[in-house]
Design a protein around this ligand. Sequence first.
Ligand code: MOS
Length: 745
Amino acid sequence: MSATTKTMQNNERLGETRLDRGSLAVLGKGVDRYEGPLKVSGRATYAYENLRGRDVAYGYLVTSGVGSGTIKRIDTMKAMSLAGVLHVVVDDTAPRASADPNDNKPASIKGAVTHFGQPLCMVVATSFEIAREAAALVEIEVEPAEGKYDLQEEKEKAYDPGDGTMPSTVKKGAFDKAFGTAEVTLDATYTTPSQSHSAMEPHAAVAVWDEDELTLYGCYQLVSTNVPQLAKALGISASKVRLVNPYIGGGFGGKLGIGPESVFAAMAAKAIGRPVKVALTRQQVYQGTSRRSDTIQRVRIGAGKDGRITAIAHDIITGNTRGDDFFEPAGISTEFLYAGENRQITHRKADVNILLSSSMRAPGEAVGMLATENAMDEMAEKLGLDPIEFRKRNEPEVDPQEGLPFSSRMLVECMDEGAQRFGWDRRPATPMSRREGEWLIGYGMSAASRKNLVQQSAAKVTLGADGHALVETDMTDIGTGTYTILQQIAAEMLGLPLDHVDVKLGDSKSPQASGSGGSWGANSSGSSVYAACEGIAEAIAQRLDVSVEHLTLKDGMATAGNKRTPIAEVLAGESIEVTGTYKPGKAFKETHQASYGAHFCEVAVNAVTGETRIRRLMTVAAAGRILNEKTATSQCYGGQIFGIGSALTEELVIDPRTGLMVNHDLAEYHVPVNADVPQLEVVLLPERDTAAGLLAGKGIGELAISGVGAAVTNAVYNATGVRVRDYPMTLDKVLAGWAKTSKAA
Ligand code: MOS
């Protein structure tokens, strides 16, 4: 066997690549999920299902029943006396979930209760039921302190948290002066609530030790950063930790960092010398892992009567527990979406005693654009312009903040294509002007944008002598389609039928990948598979003594010029193994990269009850090369549904007296269900972004949520004449709007 490595970067825009020269027999096609049959038949082993039939013990977390204070005493005597109880893990250095992917240092509790529902200790017993019963017997005495449970109450104390995912403050020109002299202005404050990731699979882990080596079966998004996080929490070397993580039942950012279930499971398994399984209850996931922060967003836009923006400001206040600097980067798309000489974006953070806030699906855009895309609609009305025309007049030539060229940008094309397909010209010209019986009908739209992120990533591809290939990487598939697209890329690059390529993911023993987060996974890990396969092509070319540029791999044949050789013959019984690494190159730094789209929505709002029903929702997206039409479209459906939830129903309610999360389960936290979701339409525009990675693709998953909620509320405004700036737009707010303007429908 020959084993080599190949590292590739894109320092300049790509020319023609192997993918362009090939037949594109499989890449881009909507092929079925690689692991689909395993999932639908229950044979995909999720974290909690590991070590079935083995002599495992079960852990149950004990969480704080107060929102703020200092732990005085933890008494486990009664719990320990229950038959079947094996151990209680009490450790005041036990870490909680890490805030975000960049945070390598899970903070420890050190005796402080920072929020209601905080994991404090864990009972271990011979069954889940016994552990749960004993957990109720653990006596925890907390000296209560006054808690801060309401962001609105704390907003005056908000401070600059320092730079995070993006700089906390971004300025250009002289905003105040330009806004003060603008002919037409809008000054509006929008609020968005805390939200929960609500992945279907609750956080779960199974820990087993072999001497001083830990194997943890988990469900995390970023294996290569989760391993050192876990090792650090346990005070051991990362080389002693193996994380096995092949299937993840949804993440949405809620599984970016190592969670309490893993740390407690590992500590317990070590203490009792027996494997330990821990699954959080739904309520514990809600109250004990992380949330998206609520936000208060002031948007100011100044424009000339010609509809050109001269000044734009987006000032954001978010909350987090003390000591955690993460802030929701709600201004991230405000930096580049529209032109305007004078700009200001600020993020300020207030300390609250509410569950850690961290990344959730499109951190930044998902809620930032609820404010700004609503503001654009309000501003268009003030200017007497169609919302699409207003956006077009403010289409920037280059990134308006830094002056970088856009790598590619098809916002205008997305809006035009969507307008035409949706029938935007039939939009009711004035609010409350179209009625069907009890229902008021309205159309709304919004732009979509999501910054393109790329990470270093590695994968090993082995082309066996039997003509089958194996892709191995610690990359994850959180339901997005990673298995399938990596299979497609390898098949396309090596000219193999799809079923001749196998993919093994999520084992920390494999080469370190980007992990799944920020919609960077497909392009980052896909580029590493590209690099590995290019390395294999080079090895084949070398054996054939031809130039790799002229080598074509197709249908099991290696062709160069008029020389055609079966690949099996080239291999001659020997496999080729290449570990490919992709590193974002200069092209990434020298261009501004984002995906773009447009959402169009038709709503019907009940004139009696104020209830909103979505009738149609269409998303047009341009995100570079689409790797799999079916999984990309599925990602967009997910984003659209997420957006409907943000607009109309999703809101974590915190009791301002105690810090209790009142609606801590799926019965009370309302994610949209089938009855809330109409026929969805997704249109993917063909595009190649030659600066964005070896595949010429960009992130798409989070693009599809960004802006959706504003398209919905803009449609509600068009239907009802009520502009609600406080999300979610529940029916009581519509009714209150009518009452206030005495515009009763
Ligand atoms: Mo995404 S919030 O980066 O999983």
